[in-house]
Design a protein around this ligand. Structure first.
Ligand code: PMP
Length: 403
């Protein structure tokens, strides 16, 4: 994998910030977009712009073909069937869809929903809302100080009361990669369905939803080098077929009278209204681009980079790493003694280094480690070793300024 060549595919990376080359290490928040994605968006609006599934005219047919073609590309990327791919706004909406259309109708007082201690708010709040509305209870599987799930304890929390296990594949705050296939086996042995939040996984690991064995898998296009406002919920056909719609409107029906509506089969049943057509097409282009590079090459490159960056940052005096699991992807989270993460972020920005500082929408994780916030550098396929130098240099300067 030639990173220097690949970087040329990303126009946004070619700019300077405060007079220095941009070092973009905020990929867990969102990734930059390669030209093929920008071109796909541009082509759609310039040439094919039309609504899908409705028109017999040429442009509408072209738009429909591209939209459904994108669904097929994403299905292939995930090792799934196209009719199991529901287009949503992002991981957040995918999780809310399952909470409302799958879980809520079967959730009763006394039931339990199990999540883990390292979830993003998007994989906490929808379950909390479902529990509050039904009298069910939210249970939380604990993790160790290294940021690894305690599997024995998780297993004891899988009981006849558990109606769903929802957990992240990769933690956005810690970088931990969870052993999803193993955990899913434990849940399935007790008949408990599993939803996986894949927002931080699909861009860093080779994901095959069938091999993982899970029931639902949610992801966001914008973290996968695709556009914002588009994401995917993958669900097993048997589940999707059995689910009533969440939102009603056009495009999700077979027939409507004032007395009764017959719903379309999945996935359209869950895509009420005009979808984000351009977004879906852009995401199709993104996964094709990634498949062209090869996920295995991306995984190897990012692993090497994360190890080197972790060693370099950990060598700076006063740095405390947050999240030191054996299996990690992309994320290097840390605090620096005596310096607030926001101050570090501001100094880093002056060096053109973009990192995220804050609680990363994972306040329970921050509470667990007793910190209000961390500095998070997160790597993507276009980052390279030379970028670790300005990161460390700026960190040392921040220490001198503030400590
Ligand atoms: N889950 C995880 C682990 C995330 O990192 C994020 C985004 N930070 C989300 C869910 C939510 O993604 P989105 O805001 O794109 O819906």
């Amino acid at each position: 994998m030639n990173v220097a060549e690949l970087r040329a595919d990303f126009p946004a990376l070619q700019q300077k910030v405060h007079g220095r080359p941009l070092v973009y290490l905020d990929n867990a928040a969102t990734t930059h977009k390669p030209k093929v994605v920008l071109d796909a968006l541009d082509k759609f609006y310039r040439e094919d712009n039309s609504n899908v599934h409705r028109g017999v005219h040429t442009l509408s047919q072209r738009a429909t073909e591209s939209y459904e073609g994108a669904r097929a590309k994403i299905a292939q990327f995930l090792g799934a069937e196209a009719n199991e791919i529901v287009f949503v706004r992002g991981a957040t909406e995918g999780i809310n869809l399952v909470a409302n259309a799958f879980l809520r109708p079967q959730l009763h007082k006394g039931d339990e929903v199990l999540i883990t201690a390292m979830e993003h708010h998007a994989n906490i709040v929808p379950w909390q809302l479902a529990c509050e509305a039904t009298g069910a209870k939210l249970r939380v599987a604990p993790m160790s100080q290294t940021g690894e799930l305690l599997l024995d304890e998780l297993e004891t929390l899988l009981t006849p009361r558990t109606k769903l296990l929802a957990l992240t594949h990769v933690s956005n705050a810690l970088g931990t990669v969870n052993p999803i296939a193993q955990i899913t086996e434990m849940a399935h042995a007790r008949g408990i369905p599993v939803l996986v939040d894949g927002a931080q996984a699909v861009q860093h690991l080779s994901v095959n939803v069938c091999e993982l064995g899970v029931d639902f898998y949610a992801l966001s296009g914008h973290k996968l080098y695709g556009p914002t406002g588009i994401g995917v919920l993958w669900g097993r056909s048997a589940h999707l077929e059995g689910m009533a719609p969440w939102q009603g409107g056009g495009d999700m029906i077979r027939s409507v009278t004032f007395e009764k509506t017959e719903f379309a089969p999945p996935p359209l049943r869950f895509e009420a209204g005009t979808p984000n057509i351009a977004g879906a097409i852009g995401l199709g282009a993104a996964v094709e681009y990634l498949a062209g590079i090869g996920l295995d090459a991306i995984v190897a490159h990012e692993r090497e980079l994360l190890t080197a960056a972790t060693d370099a940052v950990a060598a700076i005096e006063g740095v405390r790493l947050i999240g030191t699991a054996d299996a990690k992807a992309s994320v290097l989270s840390f605090v620096v003694e005596g310096v607030h993460p926001h101050d570090i972020g501001t100094v880093l920005d002056r060096y053109g280094v973009a990192v995220r500082t804050g609680h990363h929408c994972a306040q329970p994780v921050m509470a667990f480690y007793g910190v209000p916030a961390t500095v998070r550098a997160s790597f993507g396929l276009y980052n390279y070793h030379a970028e670790i130098v300005p990161l460390c240099k700026a960190l040392r300067e921040a220490q001198e300024l503030f400590a």
